[in-house]
Design a protein around this ligand. Structure first.
Ligand code: TA6
Length: 293
């Protein structure tokens, strides 16, 4: 199928009727629906479908830079590029795609990319939908250059929630975090869950591999399992920042939260020929009162 710009989108379906869509623009997951057809990811009603700008929502891939601290555009260029279907993927671990419908995409730097980031890489992304509807993203980034290079990375995941003030995130308690609202100063999480009463823009360090996002009103919990991604970004723009984003509705902060598996605080360094793998599994479960993620 085609996305809004006539760029190819791949649709994945599970036997029970769950589905996901992946756009070749940015290698971006643009939809993940439950077997009941319920959309689980947030996309802004004001999203701009105009390449190279990444659309506001789904799961933009932040690579080779997270944030705007480096020499590249905010969150790097991978989400603004057209990816290709990878028809020659190297074998993955046997259970990585067992019984799942999946697509393999590949991104290699163009001459133009190499001018602003002079490191040859191969970025292979496998998006798969498990028979039970779980969404899996596996990124394998190989250094095919003659010198080492470093990068930071995030699956910038926009979860759809019913009311942000009724959302709590479990699994980040007692962790240190860098607060983007205070020049990335380091703090320690005091609460027994992360809740939202104002803008939150943090990178939690060395987070456990299981994180739960409880949506009280929808009586459901998103569970994120991650591997190779030590950090977790938590972002909600709240009212003021929402108004400053042209591709985001003034009130839409109430229906989304970004919780990203990431490798930011200690960038990944690859020697020539070395490959890094970062994966997330996203699951949605009916909320038990106390979630056991
Ligand atoms: O999630 C962290 C963050 O860097 C926020 O500061 C905000 O800028 C968000 O990413 C969205 O970035 P984007 O470039 O997609 O508008």
């Amino acid at each position: 199928t085609k996305d809004w710009n006539g760029i190819d989108q791949v649709v994945l379906r599970s036997p029970q009727g769950a589905s996901a869509r992946v756009s070749l623009h940015g290698g971006q997951v643009t939809s993940w629906r439950s077997e009941h057809g319920e959309e689980l990811l947030f996309t802004s009603s004001k999203a701009i479908f105009k390449p190279p700008k990444a659309i506001r929502g789904g799961i933009p891939i932040c690579f080779p830079q997270f944030g705007n601290g480096g020499s590249l555009e905010q969150h790097g260029f991978a989400r603004n590029k057209i990816w290709a279907i990878d028809d020659d993927p190297p074998p993955l671990r046997p259970n990585d795609s067992h019984g799942k419908s999946f697509v393999d995409l590949i991104l290699r730097p163009s001459e133009e990319d190499l001018k602003c980031w002079p490191h040859s890489f191969e970025f292979r992304l496998r998006v798969s939908l498990a028979t039970d509807g779980d969404l899996n993203l596996i990124s394998r980034i190989r250094n095919v250059y003659c010198k080492p290079f470093s990068f930071s990375f995030a699956y910038h995941t926009y979860f759809s929630v019913s009311d942000i003030s009724e959302v709590r995130i479990e699994g980040l308690e007692t962790l240190d975090y860098l607060d983007n609202l205070f020049q990335r100063e380091r703090f320690t999480e005091q609460g027994n869950a992360v809740t939202f009463e104002s803008e939150v823009d943090r990178v939690y360090l060395s987070a456990p591999n299981g994180i739960a996002i409880l949506d009280h009103e929808k009586k459901r919990t998103f569970v994120i399992r991650k591997d190779g991604l030590p950090d977790v970004v938590v972002w909600n723009p709240w009212e003021k920042k929402s108004k400053s984003m042209g591709d985001f509705g003034d009130e839409e902060y109430k229906q989304m939260v970004c919780v990203d598996g990431a490798a930011i605080v200690r960038p990944i360094t690859l020697k020539p020929g070395e490959e890094w793998t970062g994966r997330v599994q996203l699951k949605v479960v009916p909320s038990s009162f106390c979630s056991d993620h």
